[in-house]
Design a protein around this ligand. Structure first.
Ligand SMILES: Nc1ncnc2c1ncn2[C@@H]1O[C@H](COP(=O)(O)OP(=O)(O)OP(=O)(O)O)[C@@H](O)[C@H]1O
Ligand SMILES: O=P(O)(O)OC[C@H]1O[C@H](OP(=O)(O)OP(=O)(O)O)[C@H](O)[C@@H]1O
Ligand SMILES: [Mg+2]
Length: 297
């Protein structure tokens, strides 16, 4: 990966929060190295013409939209809020990254009844996602007041600032800790890679292209396992259906033993213990389950 002097790719990532560590891990997995970030906002790439900008996640769509950065990693929820705003052409969604999975949900304090979206009519709903919420209320023909807060949304009912909330949920622990009950999903989200809407200039595209290919090689096998085993050739038809979500498999003859084969299967998810025990019961021996890091097709 080489580029003319001065032509460097800039990637915006969240400085500190839910997406920071997995974003850096992904960039490392595609071969990018950065000096330890510490508190720095800007990290020059050590082995490629790619620099990191570490910022608040809310700033990432705007930075990519106005050309301050070429690529960014941000929650689809934050991208959606930005895109629903007036005026600026939002960044393009280039890839879904499979981490930071959560949902934007409506939750009510105990004591408020729920019989559908109409139950929210006339209530004050606290959220950091006012545009998502406004669109959802519109789609459900509900008139409610939106109270926009930048954080700690779940505390708003207890403080008397709102009657209900619309916030991000994954495990539900934060809602439970605040005695709130999830009643409806407004949107689902995960981390996404975004790029400038108009595309990159030729020099930057030449840096980004191979990186995207590497990214696909990593994302395409996330969660996959390589399962290896030996078995009698006649056991093969019984073994294959026991493997979870096989994407490809290879059968190899074992030298000197025409009755036995070696099976290699790429599975989109890990076989659990019962599946492995069933495979063994069907004649598989020397079963190996290996993690898969990347696959160049
Ligand atoms: N509980 C969760 N589980 C999984 N992903 C989450 C969860 N909460 C948020 N996210 C995702 O992570 C993104 C960042 O969340 P985080 O709470 O770190 O943001 P923040 O507090 O706004 O940070 P910043 O200081 O950068 O503004 C969210 O936009 C969402 O996409
Ligand atoms: O359903 P849960 O697993 O409890 O997750 C939900 C919480 O996660 C997010 O906040 P985060 O913990 O990132 O902290 P923040 O409020 O400081 O952004 C979100 O805003 C919720 O508060
Ligand atoms: Mg934020």
């Amino acid at each position: 990966m080489s580029a003319p002097e001065g032509d460097r790719l800039r990637i915006a990532v969240q400085k500190s929060g839910r997406l920071s560590a997995p974003s850096l891990e992904l960039l490392t997995a595609v071969g990018l190295g950065f000096a330890p970030a510490g508190d720095r906002l800007f990290c020059a790439g050590e082995n490629a013409p790619v620099d990191l900008l570490r910022v608040r996640d809310d700033d990432i769509p705007g930075l990519v939209a106005d050309g301050g950065c070429d690529l960014g990693i941000v929650g689809a929820d934050v991208l959606g809020e930005f895109a629903a705003g007036a005026g600026v052409r939002p960044p393009s969604l280039l890839r879904e990254l499979g981490f930071g999975r959560c949902r934007l949900a409506i939750a009510l304090p105990q004591g408020l009844n729920w019989s559908g979206p109409a139950s929210l009519a006339g209530l004050r709903i606290a959220t950091s996602h006012p545009r998502h919420l406004a669109a959802w209320l519109r789609a459900n023909a509900v008139a409610a007041e939106i109270v926009t807060l930048s954080g700690a949304v779940e505390i708003a009912p207890r403080l008397g600032r709102a009657d209900a909330v619309c916030d991000l949920v994954s495990s539900g622990a934060t809602l439970a800790a605040n005695a709130l009950r999830e009643v409806a999903t407004v949107a689902t989200s995960q981390a996404v890679l975004v790029g400038r809407a108009g595309g990159l200039d030729a020099a930057r595209a030449a840096i980004a292209g191979p990186l995207l290919q590497r990214l696909d090689a990593v994302l395409g096998v996330r969660g996959s396992r390589l399962v290896l085993c030996q078995a009698a050739r006649e056991a093969l038809p019984a073994l294959l259906p026991l493997l979870p979500e096989v994407s490809t498999h290879t059968v190899t003859a074992i030298e000197g033993d025409p009755e036995r084969i070696s099976l290699q299967a790429l599975c989109r998810r890990a076989p659990d213990w019962p599946a492995l025990e069933a495979l063994r019961g069907a004649g598989a021996r020397d079963l190996l389950v290996l993690p898969v890091e990347r696959m160049l097709a």
